[in-house]
Ligand binder design. Sequence first.
Ligand SMILES: Nc1nc2c(ncn2[C@@H]2O[C@H](COP(=O)(O)OP(=O)(O)OP(=O)(O)O)[C@@H](O)[C@H]2O)c(=O)[nH]1
Ligand SMILES: [Mg+2]
Length: 392
Amino acid sequence: MLIVPANLSPEAKAKLAKYSEAKTPEEKIKALEEFLSAVPKHKGTENIRLWAKRRLAELREEVEARRARRGGGGPRIFIERAGAGQVVLLGPPNSGKSSILARLTNANPEIAPYPFSTQLPTPGMLDYKDIQFQLVDTPPLLLDQPSSPINNKVIGLARNANAVALVIGLDEEDPANTLRKLIDFLAERGVVITKSKGLVRIKRDRSVNGIKIVGHGRMVNFTEDDLRRLLSQYRIYNAIVEMEGDVTLDDVEDAIFTTRVYKPAIILLNKADLPGSKAKAKRVMKHVPPDVPVLVVSAATGEGLDRLGDIIFDILEIIRVYTKQPNKEPDPDPLVLEKGATVLDAARRIHKDLARRFRYAKIWGPSAKYPGQRVGTDHVLMDGDIIEIHVS
Ligand SMILES: Nc1nc2c(ncn2[C@@H]2O[C@H](COP(=O)(O)OP(=O)(O)OP(=O)(O)O)[C@@H](O)[C@H]2O)c(=O)[nH]1
Ligand SMILES: [Mg+2]
């Protein structure tokens, strides 16, 4: 996590502000270089200097990659989403990401007893109760080489996904430590996997008069005045600040520099077939963030993996709603909607005209008081519902 030291000189803060205002990678590089030369070297500024250097490396990488692309194509690393949700498998080399994809889907990724066998992301579809989830195998994250260009690409994939699965091998000497490193690694790059942790998003917006606070966040040990004062130090005067969870002033300061995203996550402790792995898994459990589900699995035997679909369904917070025409059977392919979706959301999803011409809907299933209940647009749907929409 980036913590901007309170004793940073006004000059250094101004340079940082310049960085956060910069639009292009080239401008950002210039601002960061100036920032680094304006920060005195001592223990109190160590973290921010490290952050700035890492960010610089990433930006230079980005500029380099763009030049290379202009030079001529090259493989695309982005995987278009498909199915009811995209779940990206993340983890250190050799943890079994490719093996899990191969076990659960039709995909045929390369699997090898040595690290770095996967070079490009590979998607595969996992069948689950009338729907499918897209699993994406990725090249390994190099936790000990923070500025490796592979890392940035994999983080990009994670940011674009609906959820992430962290894959750790129980053959590791200290899997708990690897897991902790992986979670920190993601958090430092703006991918957070627990909701309880404060999430802040700052959207600069000149049309907003002053600082507008939105969301359900709880401000821990600071006031709105403190927030305004902090933002004004970075010359942010007009912005929407969105907060979720327990937010500290440090979280706000972080958000000025990195856009954080929350990704629902599951932890897969793989290679549970190996001797001694169960005891290791127990020790890892003690270090898992409380609201993140964990499965102890084996890609080799399939153990534990039968529960993966249920958990993905759960963390994505979605529901399946089956549509039907009057006097016909329901469509076997359900709509996939967010938990809490209403009849109006379903109508809009089917066709944009449908919402306008809507008269009433009939509902069968979990949300219906009785089969065929007649409801209006506000009716909240539940997983497994069947809906028949009547229009004028
Ligand atoms: N015993 C055992 N070995 C496994 C299991 N899953 C994977 N392996 C082995 O671990 C090695 C690495 O597996 P991969 O699936 O290639 O691992 P990966 O995470 O994709 O590796 P990279 O692509 O290098 O990041 C291979 O030798 C696999 O056969 C498992 O559940 N049990
Ligand atoms: Mg692999």
